[in-house]
Design a protein around this ligand. Structure first.
Ligand code: HEC
Length: 141
């Protein structure tokens, strides 16, 4: 489709049109990027933003099917909120007090930093998004 559009830019009118189309696509991309930033005005969604990151970087080990020794399972919102061996991992509204984020820092209160060394890690933006979700009340949204 876009190839046809480019090939048909012989007259000024369609040329202007394709520039306009490009501008729309470009500003759309900028807008999409902006809306993923975690700030107080954007509500972070558990199902859309948080769960996919957990699935990719944490649930590989922290799954109830694996019967993980930490007893912290992340395959559902309910299991995650239930906590693990050391009690609740998430304190709604307070990411600093949450074991979940303390274990992701380079100075965990016990054991290893999460995910463990040499395992794939979420990007700083993905971590910031999860912390924002906790600070916004860790809702099942
Ligand atoms: C390669 C396997 C593995 C992955 C991936 C992993 N963990 Fe862990 N996790 C462990 C092990 C093993 C323990 C228990 C030992 C320890 O605390 O260091 C643990 C313990 C924990 C605990 C403490 C739970 C408790 O109550 O004792 C938290 C919180 C935690 N992990 C969070 C995470 C988060 C968040 C991620 C993803 C960003 C993650 N882990 C990814 C293996 C993993």
């Amino acid at each position: 489709m876009s190839n046809d559009l480019l090939r048909s830019t012989h007259n000024r009118h369609s040329h202007a049109l394709s520039i306009f189309a490009l501008a729309v696509v470009f500003s759309g991309a900028l807008f999409a990027q902006d809306s993923t930033k975690a700030n107080s005005s954007t509500e972070v969604s558990f199902s859309k933003d948080v769960a996919p990151v957990l699935d990719k970087f944490c649930t590989t080990c922290h799954s109830s099917e694996e019967d993980h020794p930490s007893e912290l399972f992340m395959d559902s919102y309910e299991l995650l909120m239930k906590g693990g061996k050391h009690g609740k991992a998430i304190v709604p509204g307070n990411s600093k007090e949450s074991l979940f984020s303390q274990k992701m820092s380079d100075d965990p209160p016990f054991g290893k930093m999460m995910p463990p060394p040499r395992k794939p890690r979420p990007t700083p933006e993905q971590v910031a998004l999860i912390l924002a979700w906790i600070d916004q009340g860790a809702k099942k949204n």
